[in-house]
Write a protein that binds this ligand. Structure first.
Ligand code: ADP
Ligand code: GN1
Ligand code: MG
Length: 357
């Protein structure tokens, strides 16, 4: 990437001090950019938008711009300073938030100083705050017309289509990888009924994040308060159960997403309780009865769906998710499958907890 060209495109003034890679996402490339403008250092985030995954980064940035503006205005009307609570994107003189260089797409936004993210949050307070951050996100966007958003990845959480894609991949088996995971893959057919229950239900359609991992919430490193929900590429219309499910499967897993010790992978019910308390406290008043009732099963659905997505990518030759070693996507898939099975066994308890809130 040509950082000076990017700076002049976005009107970022000063000399470039450093540009270093940060984050460990599976899709985009994220960098921390420091510039010095006459002795005053300013920090930005520069992100390369994965053009294989997102077919139209320009329209994607229009979504992100509209959603962040809406959140910013809601804070301003409530008399709250939005500076550290919502991402602020840089735009060019003609209003574009997307810099195109050599066929690659970049965006640039303000780095929120003194912020941290958590991969495996481990205190009830943190779990409650992550739940609160997504509940607040849904509430702030509850008056945004979701039908006006561009679908950055169509059918992203259409679990039925995700399973069909897996079964098709197993059938075609382009890299001869199906035999080794054939017996494990029987589970996807056994669990298909429950896994497709959200996409078959008719639930209210809201503005949802769709990549509601717990590491997509920035926290103030000193106070531990949640600041902004980030990583907004997949903000699209959907049922809230998708975000609730994704956040819980990532935040309340007692192991990492790709832990190969499948027998040890489990959902931590105490963490779930704290997360759900935070979510309902912030989102509570606009949620309809059937939405509340869909939350627990959403956790199973998202773990099972992600497992199927990882497995499909493994069988198809790892073209989608960046990996750290040979069969990483298979390990991720089996780890999430183990989590989904554990979640299923805890569904009655999770449903009881939500009813009690
Ligand atoms: P990815 O697609 O890689 O998950 P994210 O948008 O989640 O990309 O950013 C990756 C990491 O960069 C985050 O986990 C966070 O640590 C850091 N980060 C991103 N945006 C900001 C920001 N505005 N301020 C501070 N840190 C940020
Ligand atoms: C991808 O890159 P990251 O970590 O934000 C993926 C999510 C998955 C997640 C699993 C656009 O998100 O759907 O849940 O990996 N994002 C996309 O860790 O596919
Ligand atoms: Mg992220």
């Amino acid at each position: 990437m040509n950082a000076s060209k990017l700076c002049s495109y976005f009107g970022v003034k000063g000399d470039i001090v450093s540009l270093k890679q940060i984050g460990n996402g599976h899709i985009n490339g994220t960098y921390r950019l420091i510039v010095d403008d006459n002795g005053r250092e300013t920090v930005y985030v520069v992100q390369r938008i994965n053009h294989y995954v997102f077919s139209d980064p320009v329209r994607l940035m229009e979504n992100v711009g509209r959603v962040t503006e809406h959140i910013r205005n809601r804070y301003i009307s409530a008399g709250v300073s939005p500076e550290r609570l919502v991402l602020e994107f840089m735009s060019s003189s003609d209003g574009s938030c997307c810099f195109i260089d050599n066929g690659e797409y970049f965006r640039c936004y303000r780095f929120i100083d003194g912020s941290v993210t958590y991969e495996l949050p481990d205190t009830p307070k943190l779990l409650e705050s992550i739940g609160g951050a997504f509940g607040n996100f849904h509430r702030l966007l509850s008056d945004f017309d979701s039908s006006t958003l561009y679908e950055t990845i169509p059918d992203f959480h259409n679990t039925a289509k995700r399973l069909d894609a897996l079964f098709e991949a197993l059938e075609k088996d382009p890299y001869g990888r199906a035999a080794e995971i054939k017996s494990e893959c029987a589970a996807y057919r056994e669990e298909a009924e429950l896994a497709t229950s959200i996409c078959r239900a008719s639930l209210p359609i809201r503005v949802t994040h769709n990549d509601a991992k717990c590491n997509n919430v920035l926290f103030d490193e000193k106070s531990g308060e949640a600041l902004a929900v980030i990583d907004l590429d997949t903000v699209m219309p959907g049922p809230v159960a998708h975000d609730f499910g994704d956040a819980v499967r990532s935040a309340c897993n007692n192991r990492e997403e790709d832990d190969p010790d499948y027998a040890a992978v489990a959902l931590d019910v105490d963490k779930f309780k704290a997360f759900a308390k935070g979510y309902i406290a912030k989102a509570g008043d606009f949620l309809e009865k059937e939405e509340r009732e869909s939350l627990a099963v959403g956790v199973f659905v998202l773990a099972a769906e992600l497992s199927a997505r990882f497995m499909t990518d493994y069988i198809n030759g790892d073209r989608y998710f960046a990996k750290n070693y040979g069969n990483h996507n298979m390990v991720r898939a089996l780890s999430q499958l183990a989590l989904a099975k554990d979640i299923k066994s805890k569904l009655p308890e999770m449903e009881r907890i939500i009813r009690g809130l």
